[in-house]
Design a binder for this molecule. Sequence first.
Ligand code: PMP
Length: 428
Amino acid sequence: MKAYSDMTKEELAKELEELKKQYHKFQEMDLKLDMSRGKPCREQLDISMGMMDTLNSAADLTCEDGTDCRNYGVLTGIHEAKVLIGDMMENNPDNIIIYGNSSLNVMYDTVSRAMTHGILGNTPWCKLDKVKFLCPVPGYDRHFAITEYFGIEMIPVPMSPEGPDMDMVEELVSSDESIKGIWCVPKYSNPQGYSYSDETVRRFARLKPAAKDFRIFWDNAYGIHHLYDDEQDYLIEILAECKRAGNPDLVYKFASTSKITFPGSGIAALASSPNNLEDIMKQMGNQTIGHDKVNQLRHVRFFKDIHGMTEHMRKHADIIRPKFEAVLSALENNLSGLGVGEWTKPKGGYFISFDALPGCAKDIVKMAKKAGVTMTGAGATWPYGKDPEDKNIRIAPTYPTLDDLKTAAELFTLCVKIVSAEKILSEM
Ligand code: PMP
């Protein structure tokens, strides 16, 4: 295929006319498809239904240490859940707090507590003139929403397939005391599906922050969410690496079973150093008597151990792998060689990141919407919803059925071609 920018004005105008005819056909189909959020599809939720059978009115809800899970108590989570989630997070159960149903909630709480009460005896962030966070971009909109909500200034840091630009991170973190944190999705990142390289993780563990209360917010949301059995990304375990580097308190690490069992009804956890955990627990005692132990028990009885969870993740992969492949082949078949965009090819996680020509993302999303396909809003992957080049679009392939997804991907690529052709033509 000839790149659009290599076509003559006449050739491109003719192509555009043809593309618009195809678009009108899509409009006539009256589609209502959603590729906007990273939600598991129905079949994925169905594979966890066995969890509901693990407990019934005849079940013994006593956990291994004799605690009756039906009653109050056990602030940091039942031991067997810590063992299971510890294996999932690659952390010692002693370094883990099990929370409620959402890791995002834990992240919010962690920022909120730093604002009002400070970290390990340091000045609460709300008493400082300025608090800043580094935000690798494109990134996860709900991370950015938390820091925006608290009035924290967000500084974009470019991502590469190796992770955030570490020269920039090191320079900023070591020179500016008002930089208090960085949002990281280190494995199968949202939205690119990139996994940080060994060097990136080692450099994170060896940061020398100007602020004593600087923390890395390490959101390992997709730690075991591989698409392929034989091609899995891996990550150096950050808490162990920080300990080796003499920086044990540098990281808060988050995870949940949201995309393993039921999003919104799973279990969330935080892993960190003994100092950080003690600091958090002091506050937590004022916040709750304990989280949902019955749900923790249900998860443990369903999976039994990490091997049960690994098997379970294979079932998820079998359902969503064809969806990723369908989108990737539509992108490849319809767009390669045209010079109208680039996209990532993840081996895990929930998203594909698409970069259109600068100035095109908003129009592409709008055009897809007009034909009945909802994408994540253009700009969402940037702090404040402002993508300075207006080019990044997050594609979430998991939720629609495979047939719907194939239609949606065809329409999406068509919109990319139309908007790009119009833009190139207008500049000729
Ligand atoms: N972190 C990332 C990077 C995510 O993509 C998501 C879900 N889209 C979450 C956190 C949300 O996690 P939870 O359901 O545990 O709040």
